[in-house]
Design a protein around this ligand. Structure first.
Ligand code: SAH
Length: 314
C-alpha cells in the first residue's frame, strides 16, 4: 500500500487500478482506515449485499455506486454467471481509467470470492490491491465474549462454510468436528443448523459440545444464542428475531463464556469514531497536508451552507 502521506500524489488511489476492499462485519467503526480512504476516493464503487448503507454512503459524492449483490437463494450456476460478470466489469472499468473500489462484507479473502476476481484482474493485467478487514468470526467472537484460542483449551481455529450444499455433499467428513482443542467458526449456517448438528452427532461429535449462534455481530441488534450441539437447533428454531447474517461458534471455548464474559463496557450513545480517527492522524500530517485539510473542511462547510440557503430559498 502507498504510505508516507500523499505529498507527491493527489489521491490515495490510482486511476486504472482495482481495490478489493473488506468492509468488515457491518459496524462502520470497524472499517480500517485504508478501507475508508479507498472508499472515499474511488470513482466507482461496486458493493455486495452484506455491506450496510452506512458504509456505502462514505463513497465520494461524485462516485458511481452500483449494487452487485448476489442474493441468498441463487443457484450455483447463476451465481457463477453473476460473478463472471462482476469480474469482467472490474477489468472494463479499470481499462477505462477509473479507480474502482470492489467492496465486500467482512474480509475479502474469507468466502468473499476475491480469488475469482484476482484471477480475472491478473488475466486482464489490471493492477490491484487487497484491503483486509475484520471477518465475521472475529466480530462474533468479540460480541459473544468467546476467545477463539485459549491456552490448554483451544489451540486451533477452523473457518468453515456450512451452506446447504455442504450438507448434500456425500464426501464431506463430519467427524472433523470432533477434533479436540479446536474452535470452529461456521459461516452461512443459519438456515441449516438442524441438518448440520444432526450430521455432526451421527459422525460422533459429543452432544454436549458447546455451540453458539451470533446474529448480526458488531451491529446494535446483535444477539447470542448459546447451547450445545444437541440443544442449539431447538433454541433457534422458529426465531423470527434472528434474521442473520449469523455465525456459529463451536468448541470448548464457547462453554467458557459464562465464566469469562464479565461486564460489558457501556457504549456511549454519541460515539464519534470518525472524529477520533481524524484527530489521531493530525500529528502525523505535514504542514502542506494540514493546509489541504483545512481547505477541505472550509469547502465542505461552504457547500453545506450553499445547500441550506438553496433549500431555504425554495
Ligand atoms: N467475507 C465475509 C463472509 C461472507 S459469507 C467475512 O469475512 O465475514 C457470509 C456469511 O458471513 C454470513 O452468512 C454469515 O455466516 C457471516 N457473517 C457476515 N457478517 C456477519 C455478521 N455481522 N454477524 C454474523 N455473521 C456474519
Amino acid at each position: 500500500m502507498a504510505s508516507g502521506g500523499y505529498g507527491a500524489v493527489s489521491s490515495p488511489v490510482m486511476a486504472g487500478c482495482v481495490y478489493l476492499v473488506g468492509a468488515g462485519p457491518g459496524s462502520v467503526d470497524l472499517l480500517t482506515l485504508r478501507a475508508l480512504e479507498v472508499l472515499r476516493s474511488c470513482d466507482v464503487v461496486l458493493h455486495d449485499r452484506l455491506v450496510p448503507p452506512e458504509v456505502v454512503r462514505l463513497a465520494k459524492p461524485t462516485a458511481t455506486v452500483t449494487y452487485v449483490g448476489k442474493g441468498t437463494d441463487v443457484s450455483t450456476a447463476k451465481m457463477k454467471v453473476q460473478q463472471d460478470d462482476i469480474s469482467s466489469q472490474l477489468v472494463a472499468l479499470a481499462k477505462e481509467g477509473k479507480s474502482v473500489c470492489r467492496l465486500k462484507g467482512g474480509d475479502p479473502s474469507i468466502f468473499g470470492r476475491v480469488g475469482e476476481e484476482m484471477e480475472e484482474l491478473c488475466a486482464g493485467e489490471v493492477p490491484f490491491e487487497v484491503v483486509p478487514a475484520v471477518t465475521a468470526c472475529l466480530a462474533a467472537s468479540a460480541d459473544a465474549r468467546v476467545p477463539l484460542t485459549f491456552r490448554n483449551c483451544a489451540t486451533a481455529v477452523r473457518v468453515q462454510t456450512m451452506n446447504p450444499s455442504t450438507i448434500k455433499d456425500e464426501r464431506f467428513d463430519w467427524s472433523q468436528f470432533a477434533a479436540p482443542g479446536t474452535t470452529f467458526a461456521l459461516y452461512m449456517g443459519l438456515n441449516v443448523v438442524e441438518g448440520v448438528t444432526q450430521k455432526m452427532l451421527c459422525a460422533g461429535v459429543a452432544p454436549g459440545t458447546p455451540m453458539a449462534l451470533v446474529d448480526r455481530a458488531s451491529l446494535p441488534e446483535m444477539q447470542v444464542v448459546a447451547g450445545t450441539v444437541e440443544t442449539l437447533p431447538e433454541l433457534v428454531k422458529e426465531r423470527s428475531d434472528l434474521p442473520g447474517p449469523a455465525l456459529i461458534l463451536m468448541g470448548e471455548v464457547v462453554g467458557l463464556r459464562e465464566r469469562i464474559a464479565g461486564l460489558r463496557a457501556p457504549v456511549p450513545t454519541l460515539g464519534q469514531p470518525a472524529i477520533a480517527s481524524v484527530l489521531a492522524q493530525l500529528p502525523s500530517l505535514s504542514d502542506d497536508e494540514l493546509r489541504q485539510l483545512q481547505q477541505e473542511v472550509e469547502e465542505t462547510r461552504q457547500q453545506r451552507k450553499r445547500k441550506r440557503e438553496e433549500l431555504e430559498a425554495s
